[in-house]
Design a protein around this ligand. Structure first.
Ligand SMILES: Cc1cc2nc3c(=O)[nH]c(=O)nc-3n(C[C@H](O)[C@H](O)[C@H](O)COP(=O)(O)OP(=O)(O)OC[C@H]3O[C@@H](n4cnc5c(N)ncnc54)[C@H](O)[C@@H]3O)c2cc1C
Length: 469
């Protein structure tokens, strides 16, 4: 038993921040990552002079300590501070996102406009003066935006993203993810069209590494290693066995050979259901059933390159309509010019799906063909595609379906029955957080392992009822 070190499962931002923090405190750690490179969802890859992220990633945080943590990794100033620009493509037109009423009015016809506005006012009054039911995501949005805007955008987009009817999606994540429009702001903007006030609810400016988002985990990994962490990629965790005084982690290496590593304390950032299924002694039957019921939504990415410029100045564009297989596209060179060679550009297309469904298993050529056809139809691609790359992320979004909260609570309690096992991160806490949350979760988990913080306090990161952007 290696008593002094902490084993960390997963080298996404959370696991790396934990290793970095442990190193800063003089403690050693071994980070085990199944992929060949670090970064997890905030990783990326480089090919043919292009750099690709797994979907658009902008770093922003309301926490000055975490902002400084990011900046501390870039003492050379190799980052940019772009202003977010994103739109929705709908009925052949583009709407600013987060929604701006002036834009809605300009783009919709008179009847739709009148209906959207009346619905919105009605919803506003109903929410103010009565207590409408709020059992699902659909209720939450209709109560705040009205039925017309729900049917036009929020409903179709969310169903496509989650692969579930919105009446079966919990309202829990909506308040953290949907920027509310204040009626007073709306009227002020309509009456004073020149005003550029922004709702206080979302951050415009963000931080972005000039070399792509993967530069953030790369630098974090390098610093953690300097501070004594061992970071081992190509190491798939298959089981975690409780032993006297600690844990034994069973791993499968790239050569398919299985071996074990031991430690007194484990920080796990791998998906909570996966952790429970690999835990020995096995958790009780109902816990494993609950774990099976915690779904993770996957993403398939088609990255297309061509000679020419980016089609718009957006960082990303949402596609709610069922006629498009994808739910969002992004324009890497608008994040940082270095991400594409001079005179060339790329588009990243995101298709949400479940692991092993038809989209997940589709041959790459078909995925690219359908992505390309959609982009041409949307008027976003006119040039010939030079190269197409495929990437996949199996655990992109925790699915907050109705009843998930009880299942999650049972799973978390089962993991927490083990002293010195700290499940954390987006996957480990089944929490739809951002990169800043992942960093904070990792740093706090390290403090727990060092005996300087309560586990439950560290596991509460990202539960606050505020807009995450
Ligand atoms: C499409 C998309 C866009 C996003 N955009 C933004 C954004 O704009 N801004 C923002 O702040 N956040 C964004 N996020 C969220 C952000 O990516 C995550 O919150 C953050 O990267 C999570 O880090 P993590 O370390 O907690 O989890 P992960 O990155 O998921 O890390 C978990 C790691 O565990 C590894 N692992 C899993 N199973 C095993 C196993 N059995 N053995 C060994 N290793 C294993 C995985 O390979 C992975 O590296 C976005 C997420 C997605 C999906």
């Amino acid at each position: 038993m290696n008593r002094d070190r902490v084993i960390i499962l997963g080298a996404g931002l959370c696991g790396l921040a934990a290793a970095d923090e442990l190193g800063a405190a003089g403690a050693s750690s071994l980070v085990l990552e199944s992929e060949q490179s670090v970064g997890g969802l905030a990783g990326g890859f480089q090919r043919g002079g292009y750099t690709f992220d797994y979907g658009p990633h902008r770093f922003h945080t309301p926490d000055p300590v975490t902002r400084d943590y990011f900046l501390g990794l870039f003492p050379d100033g190799a980052f940019l501070t772009p202003r977010r620009k994103s739109e929705i493509q709908l009925v052949g037109k583009r709407f600013a996102y987060p929604l701006e009423f002036r834009d809605v009015i300009r783009n919709l016809d008179l009847v739709d406009n009148a209906r959207a506005f009346i619905d919105y006012l009605e919803a506003f009054a109903r929410l103010r003066f009565s207590n409408p039911p709020e059992e699902s995501f659909e209720d939450w949005v209709v109560n705040r935006f009205g039925r017309t805007l729900f049917d036009l955008y929020f409903g179709p987009y969310t169903e496509k993203l989650w692969g579930l009817p919105t009446s079966r999606i919990s309202p829990d994540w909506a308040s953290q993810r949907i920027s509310l429009v204040n009626l007073f702001d709306v009227l002020k903007r309509l009456i004073l069209p020149g005003r550029k006030d922004e709702p206080r609810t979302y951050a415009r400016e963000f931080l972005y590494p000039a070399a792509g988002i993967a530069e953030l985990p790369r630098r974090l990994a390098a610093r953690a290693a300097e501070r004594g962490a061992e970071i081992r990629t190509g190491a798939l965790v298959v089981a975690l066995r409780r032993t006297t005084g600690g844990f034994s982690v069973r791993l499968r290496g790239a050569d398919n050979r299985e071996y074990e590593e031991t430690a007194a304390r484990v920080i796990s950032t791998i998906p909570l259901p996966e952790l429970l299924h690999g835990l020995e002694p096995r958790p009780a039957g109902p816990v494993l059933t609950a774990a099976k019921g915690l779904r993770l939504r996957a993403l398939v990415f088609s990255h297309l390159t061509y000679r020419g410029a980016t089609p718009s100045d957006n960082h990303w564009i949402y596609f709610p309509e069922a006629g498009y297989t994808f739910n969002r596209i992004s324009e890497p060179a608008n994040f940082a010019p270095e991400l594409a060679p001079v005179g060339a550009a790329a588009l990243t297309v995101e298709i949400s799906c479940d692991v092993d469904d038809a989209h997940w298993n589709r041959p790459a050529a078909e995925v690219h063909r359908s992505a390309e056809a959609g982009l041409r139809r949307a008027g976003l691609l006119r040039e010939a595609v030079e190269t197409a790359y495929l990437s996949r992320q199996p655990a992109a979004y925790p699915v907050y379906d109705l009843g998930y909260a009880e299942r999650y609570a049972a799973c978390l309690a089962a993991a927490n029955r083990h002293e010195n096992l700290i499940t954390t991160g987006r996957q480990g806490l089944f929490r739809y957080g951002n990169m800043d949350h992942a960093l904070i979760m990792g740093r706090k988990a390290a403090l727990v392992a060092l005996g300087r913080q309560e586990r439950e306090t560290a596991q509460a990161v990202g539960t606050e009822n505020e807009y995450f952007g």
